[in-house]
Each structure stands twice: as C-alpha cells, then as structure tokens.
Design a binder for this molecule. Structure first.
Ligand code: BES
Ligand code: MN
Ligand code: ZN
Length: 492
C-alpha cells in the first residue's frame, strides 16, 4: 500500500473521507472542496436536512459521480474528543470506504483544527495517527482466500498546506503502518510455516535489506551461552530453537541504547501441562512479541533515530512429546539462578529469563520486553488494555503517557516483594508458577530476577495481541499492539 500526502486539488481517489464534529458548523477545506463538487448537495444534506449530525462514528455516503464518492464521518462532540476516539473513527471510516463500490484509492482529510481539542493534537501527530489508523482499518489477511478481499492500493492524506510537520508525521505513520502489517501477517501465518528457523531466516533477510547487524544462534550456540531455561522449553519440539539478535546503530554516536525483547513461542501447546483445545486454538500468536519487535526494527531502520536499538528473541515451540521438559525439572538460567518447573505452560518467562540475561551483556540503558505472557492479564484488564510493569517508575510513566498519546490503552500492574512467596521453592531459587492469584504481577516478579537493568519495562500483551472479537478500532485477529507506542517511545 502507498501513502501519499496531497494538496486537496491534486486528489486522485475513488473515495474522499471527510469528518465533522457534532457541535461545530465550521466547514473544513476538504468539506468545501467536495461540497462544491456536489453542487452544494452535501451542505444541504448535512446542515439543512440533518441527514447526519456528526455523532461519533455516524456516517453518510454520497456519490459525486460514477468515479468519485464521498464518505462523511462523525467525530462526536468536540468536548468529548480523544486521540483514541480519533483513531477509532479513522479506522472505522477507511473500513467503510473500502467497501464502497470498487475503490482502489482512498483520500482522507487532514484535520487541522484538533490542536484546540482536549486531545491537543499537533499537525505531526495528527498526520501520523490519521495514516496509521487508516491502515488499521484496511488490514486484511486474505493470503489463503480464493476470493481476495481489499483492493485498496493508495491512501492519500489531503491538506491545502503540506507543512514539514505534516510530511514528517505522515512518514512516521507510513512506517508504523508497515511495521504493524508486517507483524500481523506474521502472526496470522500458521505455526506450520512460522517456525523458529523461519523467523530466523526472516530476521537475516531484514538485516540484509536494512543493513543491520545480525546474530543468529543455533541450538549448540544457545547451549554454549548456558541458556538452559530456554533450551528446556524448546526440547520437546522437532523444530529446533533459534536465538536472534539484530542491531540498529545510528550514524552519529547513539544518544541512548535500548534492547527490545519479544517473546517468540511459535506455538504454545502448553508442554506436558497441555492446554485444552479452546485455549490452544490461537497459540500460533504466542510469537506476537517477536513479530512486533521485528516490525519495529524495520521502521527504525527507515526513520533513523539517534538511539541504538537491539532486537532480541528466543524462538522455540512449547510442545508435548517424549523429549519434552517435565514438571519438577530444575533448570539453570544463563545467570546461574535455578528454577523448579511447576508448570510447563509457564514457558514464556523461562525463555524470557535467558533473553533478559543476554540483554544484560549488551550494555544498554534500557531493556523492554513485550510478551503474550499471562492469561491472568486478560482477567485483570481485558482485551483492550495492555499491562505495563517494570522497575523504573519514571520509565513506566513516560511509556504510559506515550502509549495514550498514540491511541493505545495501558495500565500499570505492581511488582512488589510480597509476590516472592508465590514462587517459593524448597529445592531451587524459584518455581516458575505459583497458583492463580496475581498471575500477571507474579510472572513479572519472576522476570525481574533475570535482569540487572535499572530501567526494565515489561509489557504483557496476552490480552491485547490477538482479538477473538473485533473492537472499535481493530478487527478480530492480530492487532500489532504496542508497535505504535514502542516506536514513538524510541523516537521521543
Ligand atoms: N502464552 C500463554 C499466555 C496467553 C494466554 C497468551 C492467553 C494469550 C492468550 C502463556 O504461556 C501461558 O500459558 N501462561 C499460563 C501461565 C500459568 C500456567 C501460570 C496461563 O496464563 O495460563
Ligand atoms: Mn504457555
Ligand atoms: Zn506462552
């Protein structure tokens, strides 16, 4: 898909999307343009006949002629306007526009009057969010459908004045969109194809294309690094584990260094503590963290911030078999700490433990992991809010503020020493699980024992990475959650 910024008059699309607020009659440049094309029929329909009043996600279609249609979409009351609502409305709008006749190209109005709303949107963020959310609305995975779905090839962002701010925001929006589509496609693809080796090959390809440093460690090399917690999870599968590490280095000296770790379980059957069928159904998505960080590093390579970014993933399957690891096994992680396996389905924290230890060897300022880690986070926060934890409150606050600014919901969960007792083992340093209570925080407490970083952030996306039910912004399936937030966090 192509993303273009265009002056209104130079628009060349099948559908033009324009927005109206419920409680405002000021007409935008784009509205005036399409109103003129419609011989003022739009003004009549909206402001005289009140066919649409601008309620949140109310919409009105109008055909200017056979080749050009318009879609007017309500943003609700200006006083209730938020960035999240804006994103939801844009995604809703492009989804609608896509289904209007045989559109190939959608033009969207750039809203230049959002600074004075509660959302406090500047031009750069407005452009970024408009394009990102437009792409979210258009996402479909039709690789395996004999009847292909969408034909949208171009999204145009329309504004009378194309400022540098708009152009910069649009560029970030385009690369963010690419990163999200990349991740979602990889998550949608079946685990039969997306094995650890498949992702490793992809990582190598990405590194080549974007001139990134890359290290791929095979099973023997993983053994040499003493990542025995990771290896234990992997040992029940015929598909061998792979550990990947990509690095983006800015041309000038890096202002900051960040390591991003993505959980990379390409299929989570639960191991010997096998999952019931309904829980296992979507477990090809247990590599959502890895897919996200691989999407992010491609956008980073294009946007070239002055931050050094490392992307790490311990990739393997968690299977049941004659060679699988067992309850009661005692594992020694890379940092020498020992873990008694209480439940083989708590595998993510075992692979992440070794990945966190590895990140400690890189001398970075911050470590961030993103993981579909606990079912408990779904109980606590549902499917639209990501759990945020960490050991540096400043970093947590900054991340949460950015996530809200880029339309993603997050909430902090505590990591307190009280949780320690949950994982007490008589024969090892810790057990890997401890009952159902405070599952998300307990998992995070476990992880905290494997990092030396003073700025470690943990994102539990088990509830938000993959939706069984569509929400107001994203259709069911993978979401690419936290890519927007992480990218903007790195660019900040
Ligand atoms: N990958 C799962 C977590 C998960 C659950 C992701 C639902 C997406 C949707 C993780 O490996 C897991 O199985 N966690 C267990 C931990 C338990 C055994 C302590 C869980 O949450 O049930
Ligand atoms: Mn599991
Ligand atoms: Zn898992």
């Amino acid at each position: 898909m192509r993303f273009l910024t265009k002056k209104i008059q130079e628009e060349n699309s099948d559908v033009i999307v324009s927005f109206i607020f419920e409680d405002e009659n000021e007409k935008s440049d784009v509205f005036n343009y399409i109103d003129k094309l419609s011989n003022h029929a739009l003004c009549e329909q909206i402001y005289k006949l009140k066919t649409i009043t601008g309620k949140y996600q109310e919409s009105f279609k109008y055909a200017i002629n056979e080749n050009l249609k318009v879609l007017i979409v309500g943003l609700g009351k200006k006083s209730d306007f938020t960035r999240k609502k804006f994103s939801q409305t844009v995604a809703f709008a492009t989804r609608k526009a896509k289904n209007m006749s045989n559109s190939c190209s959608i033009a969207i109005e750039f809203l230049n009057n959002l600074t004075c709303t509660n959302a406090n949107l500047n031009e750069k963020d407005t452009a970024q969010i408009t394009l990102t959310s437009a792409r979210i609305g258009l996402y479909e995975f039709d690789k395996y459908l004999s009847e292909k779905k969408s034909k949208i090839e171009t999204i145009e962002l329309l504004s009378n004045e194309l400022t540098t701010e708009i152009e910069q925001g649009a560029q970030i929006g385009a690369y963010t969109s690419f990163a999200m589509k990349f991740a979602k496609d990889l998550i949608n693809e079946s685990a039969q194809i997306v094995t650890p080796l498949y992702i490793a090959n992809l990582a190598e390809q990405i590194a080549k294309e974007h001139k990134l440093e890359v290290k791929i460690y095979n099973k023997n090399q993983i053994k040499s690094m003493k990542m025995n917690a990771f290896l234990a999870v992997a040992q029940g599968s015929v598909n061998e584990p792979v550990f990947i590490h990509l690095t983006y280095k800015p041309e000038k000296e890096a202002k900051k260094k960040i390591a991003l770790i993505g959980k990379g379980i390409t299929f989570d059957a639960g191991g010997m503590n096998i999952k019931p069928a309904t829980s296992m159904l979507t477990m090809k998505s247990d590599m959502s963290g890895a897919a996200s960080v691989l999407g992010i590093i491609q956008a980073i390579a294009k946007l070239k911030p002055d931050t050094e970014v490392h992307v790490i993933s311990a990739l393997c399957e968690n299977m049941t078999s004659g060679s699988a690891y067992k309850q009661g096994d005692i594992l020694t992680a890379m940092n020498g700490k020992t873990i008694e396996v209480d439940n083989t389905d708590a595998e993510g924290r075992l692979t992440l433990a070794d990945a966190l230890c590895y990140a400690d060897t890189l001398n970075v300022d911050e470590v961030i992991d993103i993981a579909t880690l606990t079912g408990a986070v779904i109980v606590a926060l549902g499917n639209n809010i990501t759990g945020v934890m960490g050991n540096n409150q400043k970093q947590i606050n900054k991340f949460r503020e950015i996530s809200e600014n880029y339309c993603e919901n997050t909430w902090q969960m505590p990591i307190l020493d009280e949780l320690k007792d949950n994982l007490k083992s008589e024969i090892a340093d810790f057990k890997n699980t401890g009952g159902r209570n405070a599952g998300t925080s307990t998992a995070a407490w476990f992880l905290s024992n494997f990092t030396k970083s003073k700025s470690w952030l943990h994102l539990d996306i088990a509830g938000t990475a993959y939706l069984d039910k569509s929400n107001k912004e994203t259709l069911s399936g993978p979401t690419g959650v936290m890519i927007r937030s992480l990218l903007n966090y790195i660019l900040a």
